[in-house]
Design a protein around this ligand. Structure first.
Ligand code: ZN
Length: 431
């Protein structure tokens, strides 16, 4: 797998900036426009499923289209305007064209009293209603009187879209990378995850010689992953490892949430990567709340899928508010998340089991040119120790990650030692 390219953080940030203005929801034009950008970037293929289709215990909802939405005060001034920010209208709002007194309007206004200048993000996917989101400061300033309220939207039979990209590897085993694509103008949740997944795809497409196939899913939260799972049940046994990406662009420490299994190879691999990454991080156990890992890790599927965030959902004040904007996401933080994922994928690619072909007594390494001639250097000592550990544990049962953990070494020198031993004829890959 090739070396990282420079400027990835800036490239990802530019993608976040490009997608930020689009009014995404779990269906509709903003979602399709987003997938179209991802098709341009990495060749994501569009998929869709019709409204009304039963998927697992759910039904694909009607498609929501929004053209305009505003509130006019008694003097005819637009005080809330969807065109100023797509967060101002509750996602999936039903159409409205009415005049009403302020008291009645206020029943449909959502604010954040603890952050009076921010606008909250609200949805009403599965119950028919309408509403506006605004700053507390604005709502407090509204005079009594009659307000004209207009939401020019449609809820109609249509479809739910998602994007999928398969990067083929050597066998049928797959790594699943998934992120949600259904939030409107919010940067960290969820555009950061989209950007990191897109850049992982670019690297994988350049890599060549992949052992696993990589399946990237860009799905509307919950209903998208449920639709995908419902329509791909026969191939789920291919998924060896998986990762959900969300909230990976803020400056908080990296947070890995283990799979439901808790000790899946992806959980151990990410622990190894984070322990040796030299940066603050947190490991948290699975809980049935969060993003689409909830669906992949539901008991009937129980897939080995973990989740990477920086500050997790709900744990930063800007979460699901207008303050989750382009100033919250930083190129360097996106890049750090990308590098962490990349190290994880490289580890998963290289984590194989080997057999020592000369297991009775230590093989004579010097005769094969495998024993360091310039002793004393610490990196030489490390590579020697890595070779001895690999030889000792290459019994077909221990993977290279097992070796690294037992030896207290990083994965990379252990993998390099295995490569040298293979070249020296002392190691063969186990079945
Ligand atoms: Zn969210």
């Amino acid at each position: 797998m090739s070396a990282p390219a420079a400027g990835d953080g800036v490239g990802m940030y530019d993608l976040v900036s490009e997608l930020y203005p689009l009014c995404r929801s779990i269906t509709g034009e903003g979602l399709r426009s987003t997938l179209e950008v991802l098709r341009r970037e990495i060749g994501v293929e569009p998929h869709q499923i019709a409204s009304g289709t039963r998927v697992l215990d759910w039904t694909v909802p009607r498609e929501w289209s929004i053209r305009d939405a505003w509130v006019e005060d008694p003097d005819g001034r637009k005080v809330i305007d969807f065109r100023a920010s797509n967060l101002h209208v509750v996602s999936y709002s039903t159409p409205v064209d009415r005049t009403m007194p302020l008291a009645e309007l206020k029943e449909h206004l959502h604010t954040l009293p603890e952050h009076p200048d921010w606008v909250p993000y609200r949805t009403s996917y599965y119950s028919e209603s309408w509403g506006f989101c605004a700053s507390q400061r604005l709502v407090d300033s509204l005079p009594d009187g009659d307000y004209r309220v207009r939401i020019d939207s449609t809820l109609a039979d249509g479809r739910l879209d998602w994007g999928e990209l398969l990067i083929p590897g050597g066998g049928r085993d797959e790594v699943l990378l998934s992120c949600h694509v259904c939030h409107p103008s919010l940067a960290n949740d969820n555009l950061s995850g989209i950007a990191v997944a897109t850049w992982l795809a670019k690297r994988l497409q350049r890599a060549g010689g992949l052992r696993y196939s990589y399946r990237l899913l860009f799905v509307p939260g919950t209903i998208g992953s449920i639709s995908w799972l419902a329509t791909h049940r026969e191939q789920l046994d291919r998924i060896r490892h998986g990762l959900v990406l969300a909230c990976v662009g803020d400056p908080g420490p990296l947070t890995y949430k283990r799979s439901r299994r808790g000790d899946a190879p992806v959980d151990r691999a990410m622990a190894h990567v984070l322990e040796r990454g030299g940066r603050p991080y947190r490991m948290v156990d699975f809980s049935p709340y969060g993003y689409d890992e909830r669906q992949y890790c539901s008991p009937g599927f129980d897939l080995p899928v973990g989740s990477l965030s920086r500050t997790p959902y709900g744990q930063y004040p800007e979460y699901h508010t207008s303050a989750d904007d382009l100033s919250l996401v930083r190129p360097a933080c996106l890049e750090e998340s990308l590098e962490t994922c990349w190290r994880l994928l490289r580890l998963l690619e290289g984590d194989r089991r080997y057999l020592n072909l000369s297991p009775h007594g230590e093989p004579q390494l010097g005769r094969r040119g495998l024993y360091g001639s310039t002793g004393g250097q610490s990196h030489t000592q490390e590579s020697q120790m890595a070779m001895l550990w690999v030889l000792n544990l290459a019994d077909g049962r221990h993977s290279l990650l097992d070796v690294a953990e037992r030896a207290g070494l990083a994965f990379e020198p252990v993998e390099a030692a295995a490569a040298r031993l293979r070249e020296g004829g002392l190691l063969a890959e186990a079945e």
